[in-house]
Design a protein around this ligand. Structure first.
Ligand SMILES: *[C@@H]1O[C@H](CO)[C@@H](O)[C@H](O)[C@H]1NC(C)=O
Ligand SMILES: *[C@@H]1O[C@H](CO)[C@@H](O)[C@H](O)[C@H]1NC(C)=O
Length: 283
């Protein structure tokens, strides 16, 4: 079926088809980020979000906001539509892919990095800038948020445990919830603790430094572009390697996806903590 851009825009604005990492994914990224905050960054976060308000608790705010009338402008900030050719070639080119005047996740991260520490803006605006960053630093590790093909996989129908869904939604939500063991506060705590252990002394101990090698808040655009390229490469390595149209994903595809899901959520959380530490130090 052919969807015009207008139809897609209507679909996207009327239902949360394209939420990046669903609530479990975002809250887990936020909880991992919270864990790695310095004392200075904890005060910085509290000063903007409110006393004892965690990054985890506000991590999905931007998904709610994009479906409101005042927040509609921010919908294109959740992704970058890389016009590459997976699975044979993956690439992100800012001039080609950043959505012209509407912008994309890379320009949004640069914009909100600048605004969060700019005292000319109100505390309300700076709070919103931090909430956007907490969300987008999660989104940018979801491979299908750095991909134009089939509207980031939204137009690839698949099955999850026998029910109709699409590839994008499976990566955002169904596969994440299966890996986490469900949803809700206790699940988010146990999933984030499992990933924190892997970061500190497990599978990710030796690679975590590379995840934060570009986190200088003065080069936000270049860093966000490098993060987008990193996630986009996974579309060729795994996500879109085989055409999964109309197939059941809860089986071999999920087993192959699980290590990527865990790595990308761990990476986003560790990067978020590091980036907010750097923002606080620069404030
Ligand atoms: C914030 O958390 C600290 C440490 O858990 C606690 O001592 C303090 O009472 C809390 N403040 C508020 C306003 O809830
Ligand atoms: C920067 O953020 C502001 C406030 O949300 C928004 O109005 C503006 O469009 C953004 N600019 C860019 C280039 O993303």
């Amino acid at each position: 079926m052919h969807f015009s851009r207008t139809t897609l825009a209507l679909l996207a604005s009327s239902s949360p088809l394209t939420d990046a990492w669903g609530k479990v994914g975002h809250a887990t990224v936020g909880a991992i980020g919270d864990h790695y905050l310095t004392a200075q960054a904890r005060m910085f976060v509290s000063s903007l979000l409110g006393t004892n308000v965690t990054m985890s608790s506000v991590a999905s705010w931007a998904d709610d906001y994009r479906y409101t009338t005042p927040g509609k402008f921010s919908a294109p900030f959740h992704y970058i539509d890389a016009e590459d050719s997976p699975p044979s070639t993956c690439s992100v080119d800012l001039n080609r892919d950043c959505g012209g005047t509407s912008g994309c996740i890379v320009s949004a991260i640069a914009n909100y990095t600048q605004r969060v520490n700019d005292r000319r803006y109100s505390v309300t605006d700076r709070k919103q800038a931090l909430e956007f960053l907490i969300h987008f630093i999660g989104d940018i590790t979801q491979p299908l948020h750095t991909e134009a093909k089939a509207v980031g996989g939204n137009q690839i129908p698949v099955l999850w445990q026998g029910a109709d869904t699409n590839l994008h939604a499976a990566w955002d939500t169904q596969m994440v919830e299966k890996d986490a063991g469900g949803y809700g506060a206790a699940v988010i705590t146990s999933f984030s603790n499992r990933l924190i252990a892997a970061i500190d002394s497990g599978a990710y101990a030796s690679q975590k430094a590379s995840w934060v090698s570009c986190t200088d808040v003065r080069t936000a655009s270049a860093c966000a572009l490098s993060w987008a390229r990193d996630a986009n490469g996974i579309n060729c390595a795994y996500v879109l390697q085989v055409d999964e149209t109309d197939r059941e994903l809860d089986g071999a595809y999920y087993s192959g996806a699980k290590p990527y899901i865990e790595m990308q959520i761990a990476k986003a959380g560790y990067r978020l903590g590091t980036y907010v530490n750097n923002l606080a130090a620069a404030a």
